[in-house]
Design a protein around this ligand. Structure first.
Ligand code: ADP
Ligand code: MG
Length: 243
């Protein structure tokens, strides 16, 4: 079996420290996968490997849409298909909201300005912040900034969207608006891999939940199994600590 995202024997070291200890994972097209686990278990490192923001061992392989995620020419093709949303938004402060969303299509795709602008405005409307387009990011709330970051990721029409704790830096009252946008995205055909501590969201939206600990995937399955009836003692301990 080979998924749309195929992760085979993924190993990664920081010096002598083995942070990912041989992860095998096949993710189907359109699937929504939530990754949970304690701090330091390797969740961020795992998803950063998918678009090769992190290097990994030579005996490992990751394929996205059949393309090997290796340094060189194919990497640009992979990165054009994989969007990423970070905990800390990472918007460009010197660009307006609309310009943030237009930037990659303009630079990477050479999309004409008018078309990029129209697309940006469509995407900003889709994430519910059309009226903020001319503002600079610092004037927006955290929840609004994260929605801009999602619109910016969508501007490249990615096949895969990676989210690394997209709501962890938000004030509690803003978590819902970002999760609502993500919930609307799930089921549009885009493949989503979401590192999150929002167990309610994971149980509603995920097709599968992955529990990581110590650089390994300890448990994988549908949410009602992994969250509702976990088999591994470490999963049970983690869930009883966070729920
Ligand atoms: P998580 O996202 O699950 O909290 P990370 O993937 O960020 O975990 O980190 C996994 C482990 O790798 C942690 O023990 C962390 O300290 C270590 N680590 C992360 N980044 C680096 C780095 N650049 N250099 C050395 N160790 C790192
Ligand atoms: Mg992390």
């Amino acid at each position: 079996m080979s998924g749309f995202v195929s992760i085979r024997n993924l190993r990664k070291f920081y010096g002598d420290f083995e942070v990912l200890k041989g992860i095998d994972l096949e993710i189907e097209k359109g699937e929504v996968v939530c990754v949970i686990g304690p701090s330091g278990s390797g969740k961020s490192t795992l998803i950063r490997c998918i678009n090769r923001l992190e290097d990994f061992s030579e005996d490992s392989a990751i394929l996205v849409d059949g393309i090997h995620v290796t340094p060189g020419r194919s990497l640009a093709r992979v990165r054009a298909e994989v969007g990423m949303v970070f905990q800390s938004f990472n918007l460009f402060p010197h660009l307006t909201v609309r310009e943030n969303v237009m930037l990659a299509p303009r630079r990477v795709r050479r999309t004409p300005r008018a078309a990029a602008r129209a697309q940006a405005d469509r995407l900003l409307a889709r994430v519910g912040i059309a009226e903020q387009a001319d503002k600079y990011p610092e004037l927006l709330s955290g929840g609004q900034q994260q929605r801009v970051a999602i619109a910016r990721a969508l501007a490249m029409e990615p096949q895969v969207l990676l989210f690394d704790e997209p709501t962890s830096a938000l004030d509690p009252e803003m978590v819902g608006e970002v999760l609502d946008v993500m919930r609307a995205l799930a089921g549009t055909g885009v493949t989503m891999v979401i590192v999150t501590h929002e167990m309610g969201f994971a149980s509603q939206v995920a097709d599968r939940v992955i529990f990581m600990d110590g650089g390994r995937v300890l448990e994988v399955g549908p949410p009602d199994q992994v969250l509702g009836a976990p088999q591994e003692p470490r999963t049970r301990n983690f869930l009883s600590a966070v729920l």
